[in-house]
Design a protein around this ligand. Structure first.
Ligand code: UDP
Ligand code: MN
Length: 241
């Protein structure tokens, strides 16, 4: 039996939410042995998401976890942190083996990525395209297949300057480090989490042909103004978005 990939997707209400989740659902239809943990940043579970999950028949868990009120007003928000931490609790209560991957709803995933991460022993990593203005975030791998450095457009004194989409962690490690969560520090969620997991660079399993291939992109869906919105004056919005 294949190890199960527990794919954690934080999501929040906006006009692009269902389109983004539809695309991700249709990606996951092509992936065997996946369990999709969709965690809404919302006070209640959305019926539209519940029906989407039911319709596609992908094994799933539908949860909610709101961003703490004190972060909602800040300009730089710890986006998706409460959601991912709720999923870590769920994994710790329900799973014995497999791999955890944090898959945001708006990224683009090549299905080959999932077979790269499937047999992760501790932590595996690979490149992510379209991260920062330089367009790439990646581990740097030497000729012995060891991660010796990182390439990222925003190093920011991080030990692990990687994107959320650029690594997976075994369920075993998440169970061993039972008190580790993602920190509420915008920009430092990945680094803080990996440091607390006590990962050493030598533990990292480089994937995607020694980190030479891109199987995931940090795409961002532009925000849209639905055409049936009314303006402040009550008039129908005339734009084409
Ligand atoms: N997200 C969330 N609550 C928010 C903002 C974002 O749950 O208030 C989710 C979002 O759906 C995505 C993840 O957190 O899966 C990262 O957010 P986003 O894609 O906006 O961040 P970026 O890619 O710009 O860093
Ligand atoms: Mn995003």
């Amino acid at each position: 039996d294949l190890p199960v990939i527990y794919l954690v997707t934080p999501t929040y209400r906006r006009p692009e939410q269902i389109p983004d989740l539809t695309r991700l659902a249709q990606t996951l239809l092509n992936v065997p042995a996946v369990h999709w943990i969709v965690v809404e940043d919302n006070s209640a579970l959305s019926p539209a998401i519940a029906s989407l999950l039911k319709r596609y028949g992908i094994p799933h868990t539908h949860l909610k976890a709101q961003m703490p009120e004190k972060y909602k007003k800040s300009k730089l928000k710890p986006r998706g942190v409460a959601n991912r931490n709720a999923a870590l609790d769920w994994v710790r209560s329900n799973c014995k083996s497999g791999v955890v991957y944090f898959a945001d709803d708006d990224n683009t995933y090549d299905i080959r990525l999932f077979e790269e991460m499937r047999f992760t022993k501790k932590v595996s990593m690979w490149p992510v395209g379209l991260v920062t203005k330089v367009g790439l975030s990646s581990p740097v791998v030497n000729d012995k297949g060891v991660v010796v450095d990182f390439f990222d457009g925003w190093m920011a004194n991080r030990k692990f300057p990687v994107d959320m989409a650029g690594f997976a962690v075994s369920v075993q490690l998440i169970l061993e480090k039972s008190d580790v969560y993602m920190p509420y520090v915008p920009g430092h969620e990945e680094d803080g989490f990996l440091k607390k997991l006590d990962v050493s660079p030598a533990d990292i399993e480089p994937k995607a042909n020694r980190c030479t291939q891109i199987f995931v992109w940090h795409t961002q869906t532009k925000s849209n103004t639905p055409a049936n919105r009314t303006t402040a004056t009550g008039k129908r919005y005339k734009g084409t978005n």
